[in-house]
Design a protein around this ligand. Structure first.
Ligand code: PXG
Length: 451
């Protein structure tokens, strides 16, 4: 009943973020190859990958230029570390390129292997910064409910996912969570604008509760990704900025999903006009072709760490890995040369968002939302009361199964269906995405007798 690969997988592979027993009962889908915005499985199914893998394949699949640069770099220098007064061209040039695209006050990059490691690095940099500034009591991070910042101990602690905290006694001490700006779920009785202000003000309430002298940083995704593509009301970031201007607290903008063009700007910090002290990055940095992440460091933190800090006792074997770094550099060069980010802003994002909005008319859709190249919708039984279709938000899983059967990878976060397609998706492929999503919603509604 299982293919050979499915059986090997069941026998030996412990799969991330999955119920491995349930996978053993059903067998995982074996992905064999990919091209453009499509992935293929071993049964010959072709799926439009509207998640760009895991929010990362910004340039789409099958770019030979990235393969060629990896091959050349592997031949020349497959590995060397950066620990002991050594460096190499891929790491140095990638850092230069990234800082040329980042906000002007950010001129250094620390490399990691992933977004989680980037946030662990943020945690150590920030605490070290305040020690060096002579303010060792400033240790607490403020984050938000339903945030995602990774899966390491620090990443999961900074994140606001209850289902992660309950495994492994998290969060660790020194991390506090405030309200999220999730209007559809929590904004009843308020306009989006008023709700945005209210959600932002929970930051000030927390600062006053804990005392500015104890707070190191506020960390947030510009829009929440894994939490369900939660786009804050327009008032939210301006109010956060107003609050942060009153206190000496660092701002960490987690750009792991939002960086490298997803909003139509190189970074969402530019989209929202934010001035971060630190920006964790990963995913779209290499379009997912090789694992690489990092932290873009603003001048204030960099100057203190470098001028006053001596050795910074932190780093990874694969920090700035030459092959990953050369692929990331080529990826950025291709994004630039092909005008991908401008195309997102002026062409494909407006088209995707216009077409996605059509789904709001569907009888089981309570809200659609999106920005740049991410979008989400809420599955409901009743548009007015927002009553969910089934207990425990089970309709999302049903909807996902129909979507996969229709050849579209659109994924659930509870009863929120989300997409984050490759930035290079064409108009015709967006049309296909929307038609398949409509059919999927019809089938989901039919399944629950709601048509
Ligand atoms: N920050 C953000 C904002 C992320 O979205 C990370 C940090 C961690 O990156 P790494 O490379 O360590 O995974 C992420 C990762 C999901 C899902 O289900 C999302 C992520 C990872 C795994 C699953 O949407 N985002």
């Amino acid at each position: 009943m299982y293919s050979e690969l499915q059986q090997i997988d069941i026998d030996h592979h412990f799969t991330p973020f999955s119920d491995n027993k349930e996978l053993a009962d059903n067998g995982s889908r074996v992905i064999t190859h990919a091209k453009g915005v499509y992935i293929y499985d071993e049964n010959g199914n072709k799926l439009l990958d509207a998640m760009a893998g895991l929010w990362c394949v910004n340039l789409g699949y099958g770019r030979q230029e990235l393969v060629d640069v990896a091959t050349a770099q592997m031949t020349e220098l497959p590995y060397y570390n950066l620990f002991f007064k050594t460096t190499h061209a891929p790491a140095a040039k990638l850092a230069e390129k990234i800082t040329s695209l980042a906000p002007a006050h950010m001129n250094k990059v620390f490399f990691t292997g992933s977004g989680s490691e980037a946030n662990d690095t943020v945690f150590r940099m920030v605490r070290r910064f305040w020690d060096l500034e002579g303010k060792p009591s400033k240790k607490t991070f403020i984050s938000r409910e339903n945030a995602y910042h990774g899966s390491t101990v620090v990443g999961a602690s900074l994140g606001g996912m209850g289902y992660m905290h309950e495994q492994g006694d998290l969060p660790i001490a020194g991390v506090e969570h405030i309200d999220q700006p999730y209007y559809f779920k929590e904004g009843d009785g308020l306009t989006p604008e008023a709700f945005g202000i209210k959600a932002a003000q929970s930051l000030e309430a927390k600062i006053l509760e804990l005392g500015e002298e104890n707070i190191a940083a506020f960390i947030a995704e510009p829009f929440q990704g894994a939490g369900g593509v939660i786009v804050p009301p327009t008032t939210y970031w301006p109010e956060i900025k107003r609050i942060l201007a009153k206190y000496d607290i660092l701002l960490v903008v987690d750009e792991v999903i939002s960086g490298f063009g997803r909003t139509g700007e190189w970074f969402a910090s530019q989209y929202y006009d934010l001035t971060p002290d630190l920006m964790p990055i990963a995913k779209g940095l290499s379009s997912g072709y090789l694992p690489i992440g990092g932290v873009i460091v603003g001048d204030r933190v960099a100057t203190t760490l470098i001028e006053k800090g001596g050795d910074f006792n932190h780093g990874f074997t694969y920090s700035g890995h030459p092959v990953a770094a050369s692929v990331a550099l080529k990826n950025i060069e291709l994004l630039e040369a092909e005008g991908v980010v401008e195309r997102v802003k002026n062409d494909i994002s407006p088209y995707l968002q216009k077409r996605w909005l059509e789904l709001a008319e569907h009888p089981i859709v309570g809200e659609t939302r999106g920005l740049g190249m991410v979008a989400g919708l809420e599955l409901v039984k009743d548009k007015t009361t927002k009553e969910r279709i089934a207990p425990e938000c089970k309709a999302g899983g049903v909807c996902r199964d129909y979507s996969m059967a229709n050849g579209l990878i659109m994924r659930p976060c509870g009863d929120t269906m989300i997409i984050s397609p490759p930035l290079v998706i064409s108009h015709a492929e967006v049309d296909e995405l929307i038609e398949k999503a409509k059919k999927t919603l019809d089938q989901t509604a039919e399944f629950y007798n709601l048509l």
